[in-house]
Structures are given as C-alpha cells and as structure tokens.
Design a protein around this ligand. Sequence first.
Ligand code: UT7
Length: 324
Amino acid sequence: MSEGRTSAVLTGLGTCLPERIVTNEDLAGRLDTSHEWIHSRTGIARRHVADPGTSTADLAAAAGRAALESAGRSDCDLVVVATTTPDRACPATAPAVASALGLTGAGAFDLSAVCSGFVYGLSVAAAMITAGTSRSALVIGAERYSAIVDPEDRGTAVIFGDGAGAVLLEGGDADVPGAVLRTELGSDGTGNELITVPPGERYLRMQGREVYTRAVPTMVESARRIAESVGWRPEDIDAFVGHQANLRILESVAKRLGMPPGGLITNIEDVGNTAAASIPLALAQAADQGRLQRGDRVVLTAFGGGLTWGSAALHWPDVRPVHR
Ligand code: UT7
C-alpha cells in the first residue's frame, strides 16, 4: 500500500496531569449536585485541576517533554499546541512551549478546534510530515478549563478538567505500526453558539443536551467513514478512542458503530472532559493498562465546539507512555 511513501508515524506519547484532584463529592459540597447525578449522567468521578500558578504552556511543555522522552528524542522541528485555553489572546502558546523544550527555532503554532483540537492537530502535522514540510512534530493537546468554567454553573463545572497529552510524529514508512493511515476533519458553524465563551464574557456556556444529540450520530458517521477509508469494517476495530465528553455518548457511539464489545477505550471517570487533551490522555492510560497492543486497529474520533469533529486511523505502535 505504501510503496515507500513517507508517512507520519506516532513514536512517542506523553501526559501531564496536575496533582490536585477534585472529586464529585468535593463539588457536591458547594453546588446543587451529587456524585450520583454526575457519575450516572457522565461517567465522571474526579478530575484534575491546575493551581492558579500553572499555565496552559506549563502543562503543554510537560506533556511535550514526556512525549519526546517516550520516543527517545530530544528535538523536533514543529510544535502544534491544540488548546481552547491559551494563556494569552496574543501571542500563541506554542512558541513558548517550544522554547521551554529547548526547541527555539522550531515552527510553532496554536490550533483552536476545542474538543476536536487533538485530531485536527494530528491531521495537520501528519500532512506536513507527509508533504516534507516537517520531519517531526509534537502534537500537544493542553487545557486549563478551570480558567474558563463558571464555578457556579453546575452544567459545566462538573464536566471539565485540566491536563495535557502529546504525541511525537516522525517521518517513516506507511506500513509500520503507528503510521497515521488516514484522517478526516469536519465542521458545522451553525452550531457555534452551543459551546461558546460569548464575546466580552469570561466563562464557557454549553447547551449540553443539544450538543449530546448532535455528537452521537456525527461521531458514528465520522468513525465509520474513516474505518471504511482504510478498508476496515466496524467489527475490525480493536480500539475506539473517542473524545471523552460523556461515557453515555461513547457507549452509544460504540454500540451504533457495531464494533466488538471491549474495544471502547475510556478514562473519563478519572479525568473528566479535558477537551483537546482527552484523546492522548485516554491513549496513554489504555497503553499503560495493556489495552492497546502493537498492531491493534485504532480509530480516534472527536467532536466538540465549533461545532467541529474529526477522525484518524492507525495501527497501534510499540510505545511506552511517559507521565510528568
Ligand atoms: O466536550 C465537548 C462536547 N460536549 C459534549 O459532548 C457534552 C454533551 N452533553 C452532555 O454530556 C450532557 O448533556 C450533560 C452531562 C452536560 C448534561 O446531561 P443531560 O442528561 O443532558 O442533562 P440535562 O442538561 O438534560 O439536564 C437534566 C436535568 C435538568 O433538570 P430538570 O430540568 O430535568 O429538572 C438539569 O437542571 O438535570 C439537571 N442538572 C443537574 N442536576 C444535578 C444539570 N446539571 C446538573 C448537575 N447536577 N450537575
């Protein structure tokens, strides 16, 4: 299939989760909610929250460093930071992250696609490697939602968490495990009011029920398309790693896809919804637990604000995640 073509190959995986954990019980102590409601409606039990002194760039740099270490590398020539919560409106977060990693001189930019940011970043960086524009790229999803979540809004305060996850992509053969086989991206801006920080306001507003209704069919269609495009039937998918927004969404997508039971990867119970960071964080936990094995057929699918969505397909490589 490859005929020696250069492809982007996932060779490193790193994460950073802030030390502080906020449980559902902690939230129920100050909001009109309960562990039972949160857990049964979302699957979330706890989330990590960054201290005020920790920036998105700090989380991103730690995850990026971990991904480089995981790959046994010390440099790369492109740094993409997918985030909803950049430290400043201007300049982008990525140049500071690159310099913190000793990569001054690397191409560096932020990417804003909310919960689909990691898949968008993966798609763009893989295309740049395949085109020969870059030789290797860190794709980092990093979020500090605690900066934009209204602590009084029980509709969002119970959902989101902070953290970062990163992969290193390097040029390699399209036939090796880890090669990004195909990606697809989509959007529907008619839904841009459904998840938004309204202009001039500080906090995120989400029409959760409406987002839920749109997420399920869109994720199913995107996952099905990406699988078909690489010649897999739904029953061939060994692991489905969706954006961790809600366990019920993920279960419903997996069921409608018709993939084998046991292939659904989820870590939402431990980290909540970490937006652009959620897929690499879920990949790392699954790899640690031995739920991802070399050669497994893996589908990544995200959906979120914009509205945006995207999918990617790859065979799982031999990669050992590093955590910072
Ligand atoms: O990551 C980007 C993409 N985001 C998503 O995909 C989010 C998708 N949406 C969701 O995950 C769910 O819609 C939520 C978890 C946000 C909400 O769950 P839901 O089952 O859709 O609940 P709902 O908004 O329809 O609210 C049901 C009830 C309401 O009360 P009434 O009107 O039935 O009396 C809410 O006021 O639950 C109430 N409620 C809560 N109760 C206790 C809403 N939030 C809470 C809460 N604790 N935290």
